[in-house]
Design a protein. Structure first.
Lengths: 332, 493
């Protein structure tokens, strides 16, 4: 009895402390508003397509949040995704390789591209933003050389279920997204490497003085991000049934936005990768609602951008309100 | 006539009363020293007096007017923070006069005009730099003086508040600073001098206010009191100022041997360290002491020379190797290089020994908590719980956490780089005791880098003097202060 009360309190305390609580409430509120104002929102088909959509940004956002935690970011995630999708397409369609082998090799390529990003940034001491802007040009360029801008069609149908299928009511990409999240949460919250990530984000100098091999961990994270980008890329290929170079166009920005909405600080050291999934869900619902409300096509981008800004402001607004309230209590 | 007067101010933070109905006032033409242990409420007082915090109770009056109602009055209080807070990539003149409107430059800014106006100020503060030099290129001492000069540029200041202004000054520059402060005093400004260095307080100030646990505990004319009185007021107990902390169990066997080590900021340095010995390194700011140790530690590159520890050839350039093999460096820049500010006390403690806390792949939360509790008890860290973010602990407690964490790695050599910088007298003594204890009981070889002559003399069995990157002298305890001093300023015997 007593114990129960205690754990309840601990849970409430943890909620109160977490910077994800506010944004979690926003997500709940948005779901409520969406389901009240639009009769189609809670429709199972709509929910499924919503989950399928947000899985991609969610997956990349969770990966991106790892980089934000060490105070860096990767703008080449979209291009890595599309390049790996194209590579898998070439292997499967043009070379006639076994689908599973092709997908596996494509994933390894993603890992390598990420590692290249990481090595360039750590060895040459480059700023991650500028370096990955450059690298996304490189990956995008290779992509164009390989495809001349044309899509690769005729992807073997045996991989379709990875993108189009569902396990019970849950779309496959969303299941992958959850698996990625769970693994990364384990990495970040339970393992040594996870602690080191937070240490590096807090102070790179202090981490080095503690004997942490800072650069090795940075390269590891870039590789992981590359791998997850490739995963998202090939799932998208399976979803479309063709490899296209346009895959992942807005993933870099949306993944960063989801992380920040979810309370991951751009300065490093603060936040939880799970927040990125909440952030991705919020962005997904915004886009879904815009469609459900039938907003004029030309206005869609402006409206969704505006709502994203509001969503990002929520965690800082809740901070401001908390400070004001604390001041009032003390004065009164 | 009081120019700045705080009466009955109380400031409460969650769980602590940082200031408890404090009355304090400052008169023009007077140097008023404020002293207290870490966490005594000095910083909170400063923030209330400069308008950063609004106290829950009480009033702050400037020139007799209520400053909490008319906030512009706070402009009359010029505050010089402890840390250097200048724009490195802007010129000396620009740094002096920013923001331009407040220092009388209206409209477009003419660089030549700025530089011309800067010259008399640089002369007044005896800063030996050109007005167009970039601040990042001038010496730390000059930066410190520049920061003070900058505070006096803005029109109409009447109170000058100096927070630990001498921490990065050489002895010589400290003297210059004191003359300048006395000069400013003659201009009939009120000066508030916050320092942990009792010597300086007695050399400079007219009156002294002592804080303890958020309360003002004493106020006196400096001529009526002495050092033991101040310490007693601060700590609430008597401390023996003449106590020494030399290790009494120095073994004969050599623990570390450094041969002809050369790097960017140090040249051809050789020395030995014995087990259980406390070896002091004396020198001026910039003598290359920290860089030398960081070189051995692997944080900075070494160009030539070799290091042997416990008979083993030491791998240079890899901090990870150093830590796992028992050479630990405790940095001077505690806030930047020592603590992981937004992580908890527990996570800060366990960070260096996660390998031993693993069960399978994941970290054992229970083991981690136990380790944290152990360190907190052994090293007497004052924290409400292990989940507290370390940035909210006082400097002394942060230092204890860092020492405790280092001890978990079973070090053979422990380098303390300015371990008591910004730490009060009471906690200082605790840290000295701790060093002595580690040397004697755990047989650790300790290297103590300190700019405080007193500290090195009290703690070190042997003292090495460095000047301009070179070793210039070696003294066994007890050493004459004069000898060490002349060595570190480059006067050879």
């Amino acid at each position: 009895m007593n114990n129960e009360a205690k754990s309840g309190n601990a849970f409430v305390n943890a909620l109160r402390k977490s910077n994800m609580t506010a944004i979690g409430l926003v997500l709940v509120a948005m779901i409520v508003i969406a389901s009240v104002t639009s009769p189609y929102f809670l429709d199972i088909y709509n929910l499924q397509s919503l989950a399928r959509d947000l899985a991609f940004i969610g997956m990349i956002g969770v990966a991106q949040s790892l980089l934000l935690l060490i105070g860096e970011l990767d703008l080449s995630v979209g291009k890595i995704a599309s390049l790996c999708g194209i590579l898998s397409g070439i292997m499967m369609v043009q070379w006639g390789w076994n689908s599973w082998l092709s997908l596996f090799i494509a994933l390894i390529c993603g890992l390598l591209f990420g590692a290249i990003n990481g090595l360039i940034i750590t060895r040459l001491r480059l700023n991650s933003m500028v370096a990955t802007i450059g690298m996304q040009g490189v990956y995008g360029g290779i992509n164009l050389v390989l495809t001349k801008g044309k899509a690769i069609t005729g992807i073997p149908e045996n991989i379709y279920f990875l993108g189009k299928g569902a396990l019970g009511p849950v779309p496959m990409p969303f299941i992958f997204c959850i698996i990625v999240l769970v693994l990364i949460l384990f990495l970040v919250k339970r393992t040594k490497t996870g602690r080191y990530i937070y240490a590096i984000g807090n102070s790179r100098e202090a981490a080095k003085i503690l004997g942490i091999r800072v650069d090795r961990i940075r390269v590891l994270i870039y590789s992981l991000v590359g791998f997850i980008s490739a995963l998202a890329g090939i799932l998208y290929v399976a979803r479309l049934g063709s490899s296209q170079s346009a895959i992942g166009e807005n993933w870099p920005m949306n993944s960063i936005a989801s992380s920040v909405i979810g309370g991951v600080s751009l300065n490093g050291g603060i936040g939880n990768p799970a927040g990125a999934l909440i952030g991705a869900a919020i962005i997904g619902i915004i886009q879904n609602m815009i469609v459900l409300y039938g907003v004029n096509v030309y206005w869609q981008s402006a409206v969704s951008g505006f709502v994203v800004v509001i969503a990002i402001s929520f965690s800082s607004i809740s901070e401001i309100v908390r400070e004001k309230r604390a001041r009032k209590i003390k004065v009164g | 006539m009081k120019v700045l007067e705080a009466s009955g101010i109380t400031k409460v933070f969650p769980g602590v009363t940082a200031l408890d109905s404090v009355d304090v006032s400052f008169e023009p033409g007077q140097i008023h020293a404020i002293i207290g242990e870490n966490g005594a409420g000095k910083s909170t007082l400063i923030k209330c007096l400069t308008g950063v915090y609004t106290p829950e109770q009480g009033s702050v009056r400037i020139d007799g007017e209520d400053a909490l109602k008319n906030r512009e009055l706070f402009d009359k209080v010029a505050y010089v923070p402890q840390e250097i807070d200048l724009f490195g990539y802007m010129s000396v003149a620009e740094n002096l006069f920013l923001p331009y409107e407040k220092s009388g430059f209206k409209g477009l800014v003419n660089q030549k005009e700025l530089q011309k106006a800067a010259i008399p100020l640089l002369e007044k503060f005896r800063i030996p730099v050109k007005p167009d030099a970039l601040v990042k290129d001038i010496s730390v001492s000059s930066q410190q003086l520049l920061q003070i000069a900058r505070a006096t540029v803005h029109e109409e200041y009447e109170v000058l508040m100096l927070d630990e202004p001498t921490t990065s000054l050489t002895t010589n520059d400290t003297q210059i600073l004191f003359e300048i402060i006395k000069h400013i005093k003659e201009e009939n400004k009120a000066i508030i001098f916050i320092s942990h260095k009792l010597e300086e307080i007695f050399a400079l100030s007219d009156v002294i206010t002592v804080f303890r646990n958020g309360k003002k505990v004493a106020y006196a004319d400096i001529h009526d009191v002495d050092v033991p009185w101040v310490i007693k007021q601060m700590t609430g107990r008597e401390l023996d100022q003449n106590q020494t902390f030399l290790s009494e169990k120095v073994s004969d066997s050599v623990l570390m041997e450094v041969k002809n080590l050369t790097g960017e900021a140090f040249t051809d340095v050789s020395f030995e360290l014995k087990k259980g010995e406390i070896l002091g390194f004396s020198g001026l700011v910039g003598a290359g002491r920290s860089e030398l140790m960081q070189g051995i530690f692997g944080y900075l590159p070494v160009y030539a020379g070799s290091v042997t520890i416990d008979g083993k050839e030491w791998k240079l350039g890899d901090t990870s190797f150093s830590v796992s093999n028992g050479f630990i460096y405790l940095p001077e820049e505690r806030k930047k290089q020592g603590i992981l500010p937004v992580l908890s006390v527990r996570e800060n403690i366990s960070m260096a020994t996660l390998d031993s806390l693993k069960s399978g792949l994941s970290i054992s939360r229970k083991g981690e908590e136990q380790l944290a509790q152990e360190v907190i008890e052994t090293y007497d860290v004052k924290t409400p719980d292990t989940d507290k973010q370390i940035q909210f602990l006082s400097g002394g407690n942060q230092q204890k956490v860092i020492i405790g964490r280092a001890m978990c790695c079973n070090p053979k050599v422990l380098v303390f780089d300015e371990p008591t910088k910004g730490i009060d007298v009471g906690t200082k003594t605790e840290i000295y005791k701790l060093m002595k204890q580690l040397a004697e009981e755990k047989n650790v070889g300790i290297i103590l880098i300190s700019s405080e002559m007193d500290e090195v003399q009290k703690c070190a069995n042997r003292i090495i003097a460095m000047y301009n990157g070179r070793k210039v002298g070696e003294f066994n305890a007890p050493a004459e202060k004069q000898d060490i001093l002349s060595a570190i300023i480059g006067v050879s015997k």
